[in-house]
Design a protein around this ligand. Structure first.
Ligand code: SME
Length: 155
């Protein structure tokens, strides 16, 4: 099922009415979990230690922490600074399984002033859940979060 991304962009922009990255990141993952069908996890990992992602605000089951840049889908997004769109995480050798139910994953890097600030990670129990259109829509939602937040937290 697809989401109405133009509508979600307007709704998220209206929801984020502070500049506080912590408040906004908590609101953003709660919003995505409600608004995007078929997710079992939505959250942020923050680049707060060198070459390491630390678990930030999220919705879903308790998750893996910390994640080194060297490992997993989130690590690949952090290393390459490119969105990772995975149809079937079982096909990714070093995938970090936090929840056995997860099948598809989308991880969007968040880069500020040429520094990796963190990543947004979405998981779905449905294989192939994230299309190219979903990737573009979710990347646009991440840009709304970035534009509306003071992203001061860094390694
Ligand atoms: N599966 C991710 C780890 C994070 S969880 O899905 C919440 C990975 O391989 O990086």
């Amino acid at each position: 099922m697809t989401a109405d991304y133009p509508l979600l962009l307007r709704q998220l922009a209206a929801l984020l009415d502070t500049r506080d990255w912590l408040t906004n990141s908590a609101q953003t993952c709660a919003f995505l979990m409600e608004a995007i069908p078929d997710l079992n996890w939505a959250g942020f990992y923050l680049h707060r230690m060198p070459e390491t992602l630390c678990l930030g605000p999220f919705q879903g089951k308790p998750a893996c922490h910390p994640i080194p840049f060297a490992k997993g889908v989130c690590g690949a997004a952090a290393r390459t600074r490119r969105t990772q769109r995975i149809d079937d995480v079982h096909a990714v050798a070093d995938h970090i399984a936090c929840d056995a139910a997860s099948r598809a994953e989308l991880v969007v890097p968040i880069v500020v002033d040429d520094q990796l600030w963190g990543v947004l990670d979405l998981d779905s129990p449905i294989q192939g859940r994230f299309s190219e259109a979903d990737q573009a829509g979710i990347e646009a939602l991440v840009r709304v979060f970035m534009d509306r937040s003071d992203l001061v937290e860094r390694a």
